[in-house]
Design a protein around this ligand. Structure first.
Ligand SMILES: NC(=O)c1ccc[n+]([C@@H]2O[C@H](COP(=O)([O-])OP(=O)(O)OC[C@H]3O[C@@H](n4cnc5c(N)ncnc54)[C@H](O)[C@@H]3O)[C@@H](O)[C@H]2O)c1
Length: 308
């Protein structure tokens, strides 16, 4: 099948492309390299079609969709902090860019789309953890809001034009290729700082929790959701809460290096505690995350040591 991955030069997109190539698909990647990197595509660049372009540009999107049967939409502004600083920029990419994709799909051969939304930022501060897909969506950041609006547009295109879809709501994704210098992705930021012997910055008192899921497991749920043919929404995490203090301890164990911590005030837009209930994905998609936290952190640390 010919498939398009938007944001394919990014952290998650490049792992998804690898998985799609293993499954024998013909892959087109649309990316403007704002946060994506050419080196992420290096291992398989001869095997894909790269359209260097913007999801906001109609011609770029038309070119990327030529003869494509299914789309994985990952291109996005992904930083919560950046979205608080500049909500207009966040909305232009995450909402307008996505509408441009959806609208252009209507004139194409595309049958189904998988939209990578967010589970970490869409529920805000839920009353009950782990949050399930029926937990009210109450995002507290422009990023969470723009991803939610994207979901609502997708459902409108489904209801009005019959576009088949699956929505994936991932928790905090980590793994090789995640940018250690970005503002999202605390594990890669910490491992990058460990490598450079810098202190680890903790925003708040370290009791905030996240649900960390390995990037290969997210690639797997995306392809499972594409294959399912059901129009539905799935959380994708582990269901396990890990506090920042616990994370720092695990990082100390894996790297076997001394840790220095610096405590800073909490950042606006960051939720305090979150983990996702993945019962639905287990039942309907027969998906469960395969990578234990220690193995995932070890793989990521090995990658850092080999590439930085
Ligand atoms: N990383 C996480 O923890 C996490 C968690 C939940 C959801 N997600 C979602 O997963 C997806 C991928 O995130 P990631 O962590 O790989 O981020 P990333 O920044 O590495 O990837 C995003 C990609 O989109 C591209 N892009 C951005 N704006 C574009 C535009 N206007 N036109 C074309 N390409 C553009 C970037 O160059 C980059 O390659 C995003 O939709 C994000 O919201 C990520």
């Amino acid at each position: 099948m010919k498939v398009l991955v938007t944001g394919g030069a990014g952290f998650v997109g490049s792992h998804l492309i690898e998985e799609l190539l293993v499954q024998g698909h013909e892959v087109v990647c649309l990316d403007n390299f704002t946060s994506g990197k050419r080196i992420n595509l290096e291992p398989f660049k001869e095997k894909i079609t790269l359209i260097e372009g913007d999801i906001l540009n109609l011609k770029d999107v038309q070119a990327a969709l030529e003869d494509v049967e299914s789309v994985y939409h990952l291109a996005a502004q992904i930083s919560v902090t950046q979205s608080v600083r500049n909500p207009l920029h966040d909305a232009s990419i995450n909402i307008n860019g996505f509408i441009n994709i959806l609208n252009t799909i209507l004139e194409s051969s595309v049958k189904r789309i998988v939209y990578v939304s967010t589970g970490g930022a869409i529920y805000g501060e839920p009353l009950h953890i782990p949050a399930s897909e029926t937990t009210p969506e109450e995002p507290i950041s422009p990023y969470g809001l723009s991803k939610l609006v994207g979901e609502k547009y997708l459902k409108w295109f489904n209801a009005t034009h019959g576009l088949s879809y699956a929505i994936i709501r991932p928790a905090n994704i980590y793994g090789p290729r995640q940018d250690p210098l970005g503002e999202a992705g605390v594990i890669s930021i910490y491992l990058g700082r460990m490598l450079n012997k810098k202190p680890l910055e903790i925003f708040g008192d370290g009791s905030d929790t996240r649900d960390y899921v390995y990037v290969k497991d997210i690639a797997a749920i995306c392809t499972a959701a594409m294959a399912s043919h059901v129009d539905d929404t799935y959380n994708a995490g582990t269901g396990i809460q890990t506090s920042l203090n616990e994370l720092v301890e695990i990082i100390g164990e894996v790297t076997t290096l001394p840790i220095r911590k610096v405590f800073k005030p909490p950042r606006p837009g960051d939720v305090k505690k979150i983990a996702l209930d993945i019962t639905k994905a287990k039942k309907i998609l027969k998906w469960t995350p395969q990578t234990t936290f220690n193995t995932g952190i070890q793989n990521t640390w090995d990658w850092f040591k080999n590439t930085h």
